[in-house]
Design a protein around this ligand. Structure first.
Ligand SMILES: C[S@@+](CC[C@H](N)C(=O)[O-])C[C@H]1O[C@@H](n2cnc3c(N)ncnc32)[C@H](O)[C@@H]1O
Length: 385
């Protein structure tokens, strides 16, 4: 793979610089503690302190997904006793096999990075990680469908409105839980360097494959709420052309946990969190966000507070999130409420509508008054509720 560099990534344990011994080396090595960070498929840094258990865990998670897909296929084939049932079995067979083939390829690549002894015994228990078999964000982000492009445009407008005024040719941005990378990709024209992190290897692979290959063929599978059989599994092509000029190196995208961000202290001007703030308890990653932001830099949130974890004590309301940021030395710069149809499928009988909270907060820069730190785009939330 050509054109890949890893920018300012640092060790998540001792924060020292990393070295790739030669351009074909399969890992980045910490110059401080010597920890090795594998480059998955030769280009995706896995920036976790415990990358082996992570990879073993991911292997078994993929295994479970593929086993379940095979069982579903067997059921469908068994049920193909009429022409109509055979038609749906055939369509879903093609869809599940195509998507399963993509997942199986990642799983095989993963197996090749691990000693066979570690995969000899099926893991009794593994920690299920979300977004390991999802193609929904690939559809929304990279297929150019009108409803999806509308959602992306709305998100981007809100994110750019929350940016600190100081962003310029030298500025860097970090996108948390970046998914398939569309928002990160679109930020490339606004920043000198874009970093993106996500804990899902599948998400990272989808982004990298897209940039490397130019396109990914898959099926958008929605067995529920479909008006027609065709809608239950529709062939889609994700194409990189939606972001002109996007290439390897436009975004430094790695697998990493938001609780241990592999970037130096005070290194980014903005941290962007789109549909992510409610994925991990805020208290677990705010210290890291604050560490990597430079003074005057902004945290920009877009999305609901739907909370995808069970610890109710961390299910903060809008006003509590605002207070937490203020208590950590941030000043609220901009907020508004923006309604979107999330992951919208016009043909579906169901639709998820979010009244997204668009919020940005600036880490106080003692040197400058706040009105020089943010754009004057603030809209009081009270006007919307
Ligand atoms: C709801 S999705 C949003 C994806 C993307 N931001 C978007 O809007 O398209 C949440 C993302 O957060 C990622 N994620 C979950 N826990 C994480 C963690 N601890 N560190 C980094 N990413 C994480 C998931 O893998 C998933 O891609």
């Amino acid at each position: 793979m050509s054109g890949i560099t890893y920018g300012q990534l640092i060790c998540v344990i001792c924060q020292s610089e990393l070295l790739q011994n030669n351009k074909d080396a399969a890992a980045l090595t910490c110059t401080g503690c010597g920890l090795s960070y594998p480059l998955f498929a030769g280009c995706i840094p896995i920036m976790l302190p415990d990358s082996v258990p992570y990879r073993v865990n991911a292997f078994w998670q993929y295994q479970k997904h593929l086993r379940e897909a095979r069982a579903t296929l067997a059921e469908l084939r068994k049920a193909s006793t009429s022409v109509a049932a055979a038609a749906r079995a055939s369509l879903l067979d093609e869809a599940l096999s195509t998507n399963g083939g993509y997942i199986a390829r990642i799983q095989q690549q993963l197996a090749a990075t691990l000693p066979t002894a570690l995969l000899a015994q099926p893991a009794e228990r593994f920690r299920p990680l979300a977004y390991f078999s999802s193609f929904s964000y690939l559809k929304r982000d990279w297929c150019g469908l009108p409803a999806d492009e509308q959602e992306i445009q709305t998100i981007m407008e809100a994110v750019l409105a929350g940016m600190p005024a100081v962003i310029g040719s030298q500025a860097q941005v970090l996108v948390l839980g970046a998914g398939t990378g569309r928002v990160a990709a679109m930020l490339k024209d606004h920043f000198q360097q874009v970093y993106a992190i996500d804990l899902s290897l599948t998400m990272a692979c989808q982004y990298h494959d897209l940039v490397e290959q130019g396109a990914i063929r898959f099926y958008d599978i929605q067995s529920k709420n479909a008006r027609t059989l065709a809608e239950q599994a529709r062939e889609q092509w994700a194409t990189v052309g939606l972001v002109p000029g996007l290439e390897a190196g436009s975004v430094h995208y790695c697998v990493a946990d938001v609780k241990q961000i592999p970037l130096p202290t005070n290194s980014v001007s903005a941290v962007v969190s789109v549909y992510f703030t409610d994925t991990v308890p805020l208290k677990d990653y705010l210290p890291e966000v604050k560490r990597v932001l430079e003074p005057g830099g902004a945290f920009i949130h877009f999305g609901p507070l739907e909370y995808h974890f069970s610890d109710i004590s961390a299910h903060l309301s809008v006003e509590e999130v605002r207070e937490v940021f203020e208590a950590h030395g941030f000043r609220v710069a901009q907020e508004q409420e923006i309604t979107t149809n999330h992951l919208f499928r016009p043909e579906s009988l169901a639709c998820k509508t979010y009244h997204n909270w668009s919020f940005s907060a600036v880490l106080a820069d003692k040197e400058k008054p706040l009105n020089q730190q943010v754009k004057a785009t603030s809209v009081p939330l009270a006007e919307y509720i």
